[in-house]
Design a protein around this ligand. Structure first.
Ligand SMILES: Cc1cc2nc3c(=O)[nH]c(=O)nc-3n(C[C@H](O)[C@H](O)[C@H](O)COP(=O)(O)O)c2cc1C
Length: 287
């Protein structure tokens, strides 16, 4: 099925885009109006867009129901400052409650019982429960359209970062293992970055790998190898030498696998690949 944008409604596009571009991190944005009214709302059209200078971007859409603009947008246009708090599982329900369309001027910190901590250099307060909060100056607000669900991209430059002690590792630096992050998916679905959900993908860095197109045909066209297996093998810097292949034939693991047949050999290679030993896996496949 192919959907032409010109034939889709904004609602249909919202459903597809918010389901496909997922999981998304959540920016819990604290802002303030010129009259001093504090607002706290979540935004998952959010990411880091520059490191030097450090810029975070999030998009406040116009309301789908009546095309009105949200309090967060009105506030950053009045007072160009925001505190972006990172959402963890321990207060995901309070974050969700804060997305309620309360009347302008209602302080969601109070509505959802999160702690309002004064910021150092900007007027909006930060969330006391957040392990990481970024005080930001709003550099630009770019209106991307004027109809319902049109985005307004807020580019927020980080002026100060608050890190709770509990997310600092032994080296004193922020440690992703100590964060209990959540992400937004389509509809009511969220994801929690638990230990079981996390996995490692080795960076291809260093000398350039041979690429999947550089693999010998016998390996590349092996029907038992997946695209991920080939991706790992393609990161190997060079083909194994004849001597390395001969030595591998004498390896006891290889000899057992050879006795059990081709599938056992591929399984041994896949085991080595998942252990991060792509060179050894390559030797097994060629042996
Ligand atoms: C997890 C989550 C993510 C959201 N992401 C966005 C978003 O990226 N953009 C947006 O305009 N609204 C988003 N919303 C909806 C707003 O939070 C909601 O419209 C809120 O009422 C806006 O509050 P305000 O009018 O006080 O600024 C999200 C809601 C939730 C629960």
């Amino acid at each position: 099925m192919t959907i032409k944008t010109s034939e889709a409604t904004a609602g249909e596009l919202y459903r597809i885009l918010s389901t496909a571009v997922a999981p998304r991190p959540i920016c819990f944005a604290s802002t303030i109006s010129a009259a001093g009214q504090v607002n706290l709302s979540p935004y998952s059209f959010f990411n880091v867009v520059s490191i030097n200078p450090p810029i975070l971007g999030f998009s406040v859409t116009r309301r789908g129901s009546d095309n009105s603009s949200k309090d967060t947008l009105n506030n950053v246009l009045e007072v160009p400052e925001v505190v972006i708090n990172i959402v963890e599982h321990s207060y995901v329900e309070q974050m969700s409650l804060a997305s309620t369309q309360y009347a302008p001027g209602v302080n969601e910190f109070e509505k959802v019982a999160l702690t309002q901590v004064p910021s150092d250099g900007v007027k909006p307060p930060r969330v006391g429960e957040a392990a990481i909060s970024f005080e930001c100056a709003v550099d630009q607000v770019i209106a991307l359209g004027d109809g319902p669900i049109a985005g307004n991209l807020v580019l927020a430059r980080v002026t100060a970062t608050h890190l709770a002690d509990r997310v600092l590792g032994a080296d004193g630096k922020v440690d992703s293992e100590l964060l209990d992050l959540v992400g937004r998916m389509g509809g009511n679905h969220y994801v929690r970055a638990t230990e079981e959900a996390k996995f490692l993908v080795a960076k291809p860095g260093g000398p350039v790998g041979i690429g999947v197109d550089g693999l010998p045909d016998t390996v590349r066209n092996n029907p038992h190898l997946s695209g991920n297996d080939l991706g790992r093998l393609g990161g190997v810097k060079q083909l194994p030498t004849k001597e390395e292949i001969t030595t591998m034939r004498e390896d006891p693991r290889m000899q057992y696998a050879l006795m059990d047949g081709e599938e056992a050999v591929v399984e041994l290679a896949q085991k080595l690949l998942s252990d991060g030993e792509a060179e050894a896996a390559f030797r097994v496949l060629l042996a």
